[in-house]
Design a protein around this ligand. Structure first.
Ligand SMILES: Cc1ncc(COP(=O)(O)O)c(C=O)c1O
Length: 418
């Protein structure tokens, strides 16, 4: 163990290249000794950064404005429980998820804060939601009448009414329908009309025309209610970061909690620096020298132009590192190296300028020795949005959590470390 620590410090802190056979024969890097996973690929989620992103947003908001931390999709791939508890510690008031199972999963892990399900739930699940103190999104009297049948006398279901002000996804589209819901809820003891909300389709675009139109529509809908419910919310990250006017009394903070800009367009005008919390790392598991004409991977599409050092990485498309990432660079030993040949299901190959030891750390997303590959870089390469990137990294890639600048624990669903 002493050797491990000395070698680790030499390798990591002083960047001294040492023979790494020890790693292979005797085990993993010291901080992974906890045996929560045995593969050489992992995600690191920096909870300190998530804490700071939430705290900065909270500081910007007027004190009466509450914050939902949006932790759907396993907290955009970062880990639902860890992000939820970090966000709540940093000042978030409520949580929001996409569907009931995500909310129940958080309850199962001990989260007691109010949770709102943003998507559509089946009316026959009303009793389950009420029992777990989970609020559901509703937008029709018909749904409410159905749901009522599934609530026992002593049960009370909190609902937030969704207004479709222009997103065209779900929600009430007319004042008449909204007033019907309002009247119906006013007479029902088994339902609490806890909130009303809408969602902006273009808050992350510099052109504000459509955003203003949606805001006007939402305000007009609100004006048809005799009394507003306790919570009125509309802003996602983009709107909350950019505008003070449509905050109402709560915001729903998603992508920027994870340190990512809602769009490249508004990145230069964000009010504070976001801290990107997600890194993806692996290690070189095999190294070989190819000669002129040797080929690499399926289809034999890559051919060596001479003597070349080719390393194998244990990550592939089943990990979410999809085939379109061929050509993308990674960071290894202080240099960038391209992925060459087709990406396989569990492995891919990179071309190095010089040989490096087996076990050398490789950064696919993150920072090392002054070099960086951001989530945005991967999104650009894939011609998509940054939201998709952490979401697409599969659950078979363990999540290692960093808290107070050190590894706190690991989540690995494959070994039931969840
Ligand atoms: C209804 C709703 N509210 C809030 C959010 C959070 O948005 P963002 O991640 O852009 O902050 C989302 C995300 O998709 C959403 O669907």
């Amino acid at each position: 163990m002493k050797y491990y620590i000395i070698l680790y410090i030499l390798k990591k802190e002083y960047k001294i290249d040492i023979e790494c056979k020890f790693w292979l024969t005797e085990g993993r890097l010291p901080w992974m000794d906890m045996q929560d996973f045995h593969r050489d690929t992992w995600v690191e989620v920096n909870l300190d950064d998530i804490h700071d992103n939430v705290a900065s947003m909270k500081q910007m908001l007027p004190s009466e404005v509450k914050m939902f931390a949006v932790v759907k999709a396993n907290a955009y791939g970062h880990g639902d429980y860890e992000v939820a508890s970090t966000a709540l510690k940093a000042g978030a008031d409520f949580l929001a998820v996409a569907f009931l199972d995500e909310a129940l999963a958080l309850r199962g892990k001990g989260i007691t804060a109010p949770i709102l399900v943003l998507g559509v739930s089946k009316p026959d699940r009303a009793g389950i939601a009420a029992d777990a103190h989970i609020a559901l999104t509703v937008f029709s009297v018909d749904w409410l009448e159905q749901a009522k049948k599934y609530l026992k006398n002593d049960q009370n279901l909190h609902v937030h009414v969704k207004i479709d002000s222009g997103m065209g996804r779900i929600g009430v589209r007319s004042k008449v329908d909204l007033m019907k819901i309002d009247r119906w809820l006013a007479n029902e003891a088994s339902f609490s009309f806890g909130g009303i909300f809408t969602h902006f389709a273009t808050a992350d675009q510099l052109d504000m025309t459509y955003f203003r139109k949606q805001l006007d529509t939402f305000k007009a809908m609100l004006s048809s209610l005799k009394k507003l419910p306790e919570i009125v919310h509309a802003s996602n990250s983009a709107a909350a970061l950019r505008f003070t006017e449509p905050l109402f009394n709560a915001v729903r903070f998603g992508i920027s909690m994870y340190g990512l800009s809602p769009s490249p367009e508004i990145k230069p005008i964000l009010p504070y620096a976001l801290k990107e919390a997600f890194s993806l790392k692996t290690e070189i598991v095999y190294l070989k020298k190819l000669s002129l004409g040797d080929c690499v991977s399926y289809g034999a599409t890559y051919t060596a132009q001479g003597d070349e050092w080719i390393a194998t990485l244990p990550i592939g498309y089943a990990d979410g590192w999809i085939r379109k990432l061929q050509g993308q660079e990674v960071i290894v030993a202080g240099e960038k190296a391209p992925i060459i040949g087709r990406i396989c299901m569990d492995q891919c190959m990179i071309k190095l300028s010089k040989p490096v030891p087996i076990g050398t750390e490789v950064i696919l997303i993150g920072k090392s020795q002054g070099l960086s590959i951001s989530v945005d870089d991967i999104a650009t390469k894939l011609d998509t949005i940054n939201y998709e990137i952490p979401c697409m990294i599969a659950s078979r890639v363990p999540r290692v959590y960093i808290q107070n600048n050190q590894v706190s624990h690991v989540r690995n669903p494959l070994l039931n470390k969840i």
